[in-house]
Design a protein around this ligand. Sequence first.
Ligand code: NAD
Length: 473
Amino acid sequence: MAINEQEIQEIVRSVLKGMGTTAAAPAAPKAPEKKLLGIFETADEAIAAAKAAQKEIQPMPLEFREKIIANIRKKTLENAKLLSELAVEETGMGNVGHKIIKHQLVAEKTPGTEDLKTIAWSGDRGLTLTEMGPWGVIGAVCPSTNPTCTVICNSIGMLAAGNAVVFMPHPSAKNCSNLAIDMVNRASVEVGGPENIVTAVAEPTMDVSNYIFKHKDVDMLCATGGPGVVTAVLSSGKRAMGAGAGNPPVLVDETANIPKAAQDIINGCTFDNNLPCIAEKEVVVVDTVADELIYHMEQNGCYHASPEEVQKLVDTVLDDKNGKKVISRKCVGRSAKVLLGKIGVTVGDEVRCIIFEGEKTHPLIWTELMMPILGIVRVKNVDEGIAVAVELEHGNRHSAHMHSTNINNLTRFGKAIDTAIFVKNAPSYAALGFGGEGYPTFTICSRTGEGLTSAKSFTKARRCVMGDALCIR
Ligand code: NAD
């Protein structure tokens, strides 16, 4: 019996209801009423199933991998709204409209098998190729901030490269992540491919992840998350890639188109309520244009907070943990309106961002907040601006942005900050191919150097040599 998309979505909603959809759900949620494909009780089962699927993927013609990927893209577009709503509902973070755009980007622009390039040498002594082949089973850790898109984007790239994947979703985003995993497997099965090309454990925990990190049948690891998990995978003794934290500064000099800079910065900063690790997190601006920039930010939906309100925000959005300021999970990815509501300020939906001026060491400037709160640091000239922005990036080498029409200033900042992403005269999301050239990914491996990952990042090189033949020059 054929069922239509609406019926599938209703089933999905009922399954999720059965699983519990909030981080505060009881420790042992009810078992799902319907089985989600690829979701197992134990890590051993999840790994064994992925390993079996990989044995089918590896010999598969590239054309067939593309057929599965095409169906993943199609289903992602069909389910973009549902997945976005569920991610916001479960995590309490982000913005449904922007998450839909992220799913569309992933579906339409994530590179597939065309990303795998062969290098060839031919001559009198024959033909030598470097072919990019799979690792096998990849263990992939996913964040709470961007759960479903990371699963789908990693699935496309890792599968294109011939791997199967055991995902380790964030516990507070397990339901929507598991649903995305189910969707990827259904996409494969529907076109005649194997089940379990991607798998996960129904109840993700740190212990489960640490077990998977060490498992002999997991061939490489890829962590998308904060510094803790990146260090954990890098300590595993296996090949590991780490997409870690950032605190992207945006530098504005006196040569910039200031009205456009203000608009771009606010558009980038407020995208998905500032959850993307690449999003503008603080502004460094040359004094002579600072007032003009702030004026145009106010024209673009910014609420300029008073010093008293900023102090209330500090007390609200940061928690004390062993004498250190850490971000409150209850505030990450919330809208400006919600954050202002928490300090007793009522505003309308037109307010997209909270701005304030402060020193570089101000806790709301120094800390990676992942909220639409944008601190502004004045500097006397571009040299001081470059130095301050480099400090604020904390050596993550992740992302930085600049608005300027001076090529020398842009070049000097690019060299000094040395980040995986450097966007000039555009919102940060242009780096993901949204309003910019290039492809998207939500796994930006700044710490281990792969940068914006794609299928080729998930391969290992094989040299294939034919002696004394096949050179026909
Ligand atoms: P998080 O670090 O809290 O969690 C990420 C994942 O790692 C989760 O699945 C979590 O369960 C797991 N984890 C955390 N510590 C672990 C440990 N010691 N051992 C095993 N697993 C562990 O991050 P989050 O709040 O979900 O995401 C936000 C952070 O991730 C931000 O710092 C953001 O900059 C970063 N991020 C980076 C990228 C990137 O591409 N570089 C993308 C998304 C998010």
